[in-house]
Design a protein around this ligand. Structure first.
Ligand code: WT7
Length: 635
């Protein structure tokens, strides 16, 4: 079951701009790709030498217990060493690390020196509250500078963070807190979104009731409305940061390269989210290399990754990689269209943004408002544009290229996943572009498209996307569940030892890669990743629903929209009122991103004889397509 709404063309070429290529950090993709392929370990060792280590590694890659690969073993480092500590000893102490803009228009900029001090203070606060190396800390915040400070402070003291996206509901938050067994939670009173307050702290209060493991809640004051503060459990961030223990100097914990840096939960094929584990060493090497080479980050750039820090895109490319590179990273709190559809373009002009990285769904959303909005602003500071999260349809690509990029900015379409930590398939500035293709694998990465037995498929044929060798920022395991790590990613091509991405892709006659979409029970809705099982369990947790099945249906704006089919319990009656109630229920149980566009009440669902729901049949029916092979259908 693929989720693709668009048929990609393969003939349209955009050749690289020679001036940009000549000045690029990596001017010759082919040469570097070949060098990396000849000796991947030497290649990655050279990249790692660009960073600081307390102690150099003994071994670049330890493959003695595949697929539990280890990178830079024996090496000692800390993310905070390379993202902050080393910069404040140089002229970069004076450079802006973060430029932040709040949705209501308030502003804050932090130099590397200031950010370092804030991180040190908060690291001391966390230590003062008893957080130790190895303790998991959950972060549930809006897009405020304190989310970066909190992440970096956790890294500094060696406490793995688990950031939960602020759009998730209390059930989703509670299950992630439980899974990580995290006693400390950092949040905000609220977040601004489209002029309204998202009441984050209310959600935290409910989640803390569901998961009593939470002992301490630290609250950043952002929106200022009255909130409940539980005595002995809840503390204001600003009160703690004013205590004498919050000194602006803090020791950085010396970590093994393979010590965990963070857990990030993502959707899989079952209802239970997977805690993807990333570590201090390899993740630093890979994210900083990919950002520097694909987006050609220069000292003078102003880099804006418009994702949420709560997703892997934000972890890797708002917070960590830009800071490792000593870049200036922009964070905007709110919605692209608030108060008007030119908010982003106004920000690009105001801050002189030189590289903008966003998702196809956002581009399509802004396209709807027409060209007049961007044309009111001077966007000439932009020199590269990026896309991530789902395949970019060629119409959106061309609009982005022409209207936003003045036909002068390459579109860097990056394919990757929470599990990969960084870009895997992406152009560099020296690679020619075709709208809708993420082009070629990053140097050091070998990918293929194969059939179910592992044989390569032909040119322009669909197959399973696999990654053929280990890479430094690869997922280390599913937190607390090695079995799931093995079965999810490695079981299918166990013999060959390949990583299964879960995407369908094809390769064209020029060797360009086209990722079509997921081929498992994972949906991409507005670039968000959701398991059909998560939405289904949200639905059946309502007392009127006996059983449900969820599918993704192509949608022009969101990539996919959710259709749900529900069998009701005896005595319950399907009605528009019940449909509305179920939508509200899913919003509350899972979160706004999981709300179905449409719910249909049915008497039965197509199932195999072994009782598995045949979602592809529902999908074909919804799209008015032939139902395909029904030989396994029970009824
Ligand atoms: C899935 C991973 C990695 C950052 C955000 C998403 C889809 C991602 C692209 C792209 C086509 C893409 C894939 C992938 N995807 N980028 N450029 N072209 N598809 O991370 O939430 O872990 O989702 O997003 O289906 O498997 P994620």
């Amino acid at each position: 079951m693929t989720e693709q709404a668009f048929t990609p063309p393969t003939s349209e070429w955009y050749q690289p701009d020679p001036a940009l290529v000549a000045a690029a950090n990596v001017p010759d993709y082919e040469a570097v790709y070949d060098r990396a392929r000849q000796d991947p370990q030497a290649f990655w060792a050279k990249r790692a030498e660009e960073l600081q280590w307390y102690q150099k590694w003994d071994q670049v890659l330890d493959a003695s217990n595949k697929p539990f690969y280890k990178w830079f073993t024996g090496g000692k480092t800390n993310m905070a060493l390379n993202a902050l500590d080393r910069h404040v000893k140089t002229w970069r102490r004076n450079k802006l690390a973060i430029i932040w803009e709040g949705e209501p228009g308030d502003k804050l900029s932090l130099s590397y020196w200031q950010l370092w001090q804030e991180v040190n203070k908060f690291a001391n606060v966390l230590r003062g509250m008893g957080v130790k190396k190895g303790d998991r800390v959950t972060i549930y915040m809006g897009r405020v500078p304190e989310i970066a400070i909190a992440m970096l402070a956790c890294a500094k003291i060696g406490a793995p963070h688990s950031v939960v996206y602020g759009g998730f509901s209390e059930q989703a938050l509670a299950s992630r807190i439980e899974d990580a067994q995290s006693k400390v939670l950092i949040t905000c009173d609220g977040a601004w979104l489209r002029g309204k307050i998202v009441p984050l702290k209310n959600t935290v209060d409910e989640a803390a009731q569901r998961s009593p493991v939470v002992e301490t809640v630290i609250v950043v004051k952002r929106t200022g409305q009255d909130i409940h503060m539980e005595g002995g459990r809840d503390y204001w961030y600003h009160d703690l940061m004013a205590l004498p223990i919050a000194k602006p100097r803090a020791e950085t914990e010396i970590m093994d390269a393979e010590d965990p840096l963070f857990i990030l939960y993502t959707s899989g094929t079952t209802g239970k989210p997977k805690g993807v584990l990333h570590t201090h060493g390899g993740y630093q090497v890979y994210t900083s290399t990919t950002l520097s080479w694909a987006f050609d980050i220069k000292e003078e750039d102003r880099w804006w990754c418009a994702a949420d820090p709560g997703w892997i895109t934000g972890h890797s490319y708002i917070v960590y990689a830009p800071l490792i590179l000593g870049a200036t990273s922009i964070i905007y709190e709110g919605a692209p269209t608030y108060p008007y559809p030119d908010r982003w373009w106004q920000l690009v002009a105001e801050y002189g943004v030189s590289i903008l990285y966003t998702a196809p769904t956002a581009i399509r959303g802004l396209m709807r408002f027409g060209e007049a909005w961007p044309q009111r602003h001077d966007l000439s500071s932009l020199r590269l544009l990026g896309s991530v999260g789902e395949p970019i349809n060629p119409e959106a690509w061309r609009w982005y290229h022409r209207v936003i990029g003045r036909e002068q900015c390459p579109i860097i379409d990056t394919w990757w996943q929470t599990e990969t930590g960084g870009f895997m398939i992406t152009p560099l500035p020296s690679v020619g572009l075709k709208p809708g293709s993420a082009t070629r694998p990053f140097p050091g990465i070998e990918v293929d498209i194969v059939d179910d037995d592992g044989a390569p498929v032909g040119v322009n044929e669909d197959g399973n996307l696999v990654i053929k060798g280990p890479w430094p920022s690869m997922i280390r395991t599913v937190y607390g569940d090695d079995e799931r790590f093995l079965s999810q990613y490695w079981a299918k091509y166990q013999k060959q030892g390949w990583y299964l991405a879960g995407d369908t892709a094809r390769r064209d006659e020029d060797g360009y890669l086209w990722v079509i979409g997921r081929n498992d029970d994972v949906l991409k809705v507005s670039g968000y990743r959701l398991g059909t099982a998560e939405v289904e369990s949200g639905l059946v947790s309502h007392s009127a629903v006996a059983e449900s099945a969820v599918i993704g249906v192509p949608d022009e704006l969101r990539g996919n929209k959710i259709f749900a089919y529900c069998i009701l319990v005896a005595g319950a009656e399907g009605s528009p009122a019940l449909e509305a109630e179920l939508k509200a229920h899913v919003r509350h149980e899972v979160g706004p991103i999981a709300v179905p566009a449409q719910i249909e009440f049915v008497d039965n669902l197509p199932k195999t004889r072994s009782g598995k729901i045949m979602r592809r049949v529902l999908k074909a029916q919804a799209l008015g397509q032939p139902l395909g092979d029904l030989s396994t259908l029970e009824d």
